[in-house]
Structure formats: structure tokens, C-alpha cells
Design a protein. Structure first.
Length: 134
């Protein structure tokens, strides 16, 4: 009887563990799918609306601002991103300008996904609006 009870408990523990692992993987995949993809990012600059293309794929991707500034060699370059933190409704990443051009500073971006699927965020003081590319 002890052996039979032990076997039932082991099976219960095994099923519980597998269920929790599956739930965790599903939640992680949903969080990734939510932000993964190609995005057009817009924000108000000093003189005009600025735009960038953001590509997120897992824990990496790229960012490229559409504008070029004569006085800013860091602007307009495609730079790698690093995903620092990801949940199903938030993404924090670093734009790694320093990897492309010596002397350029990295920049932090925080994104949030609303219940309706819209994505907005912040980069420094700038309020970002994102639209998924088709």
C-alpha cells in the first residue's frame, strides 16, 4: 500500500510540474509575440514629428531613426537593441548606439501594451507612439 500511495503522489507531482512548465511557456510566448515584429515609432521632436523603425525579435532587434542631423552623427543609423526586461504588457530595451559609433550614448526605451493592443512608450522625455507594420 505504501508503494501504491507513493506512486500516486509522484504522478501527481509530475503532472503538476509539467502543467506549470507548460503554462509558463505559453505565457512567455504570448509576451514575446505581443512585442515581436516590425514597428513604426513616432514622437514629437523640437521642430517636427520624428519617426523610427523598430524591429523586435526575441531579446534583440534593431532601431533606425528616419531623420539625419548634420550636428548629430548618431542620428539616422541602424543600431542594435537589447531587450532588458519583458512581460506580456511591458518591454524595456536599450538602443545600443555606442556599438555602432564611438562616442554615441546608448538610450533606454520603455514600452507598454494597453488592453486594446495599442503600444506606447517613453524614450527620455519623449512620448512614443507605435504602430505595427503590416
Amino acid at each position: 500500500q505504501f508503494s501504491n500511495t507513493w506512486s500516486i503522489e509522484i504522478n501527481f507531482i509530475r503532472r503538476t510540474f509539467l502543467s506549470l512548465a507548460l503554462i509558463s511557456q505559453i505565457a512567455s510566448a504570448q509576451g514575446q509575440a505581443g512585442f515581436d515584429g516590425s514597428w513604426t515609432v513616432t514622437w514629437e521632436g523640437k521642430r517636427a514629428i520624428l519617426e523610427a523603425k523598430l524591429l523586435v525579435s526575441g531579446d534583440s532587434g534593431t532601431w533606425k531613426t528616419s531623420s539625419h542631423e548634420k550636428n548629430n552623427p548618431c542620428a539616422g543609423k541602424e543600431v542594435p537593441i537589447r531587450v532588458d526586461e519583458r512581460t506580456s504588457d511591458a518591454l524595456r530595451l536599450t538602443l545600443r548606439f555606442s556599438e555602432i559609433i564611438p562616442g554615441c550614448n546608448d538610450s533606454k526605451v520603455s514600452l507598454a501594451m494597453g488592453a486594446d493592443g495599442t503600444v506606447s512608450g517613453k524614450r527620455g522625455a519623449a512620448e512614443l507612439k507605435l504602430a505595427r507594420d503590416k
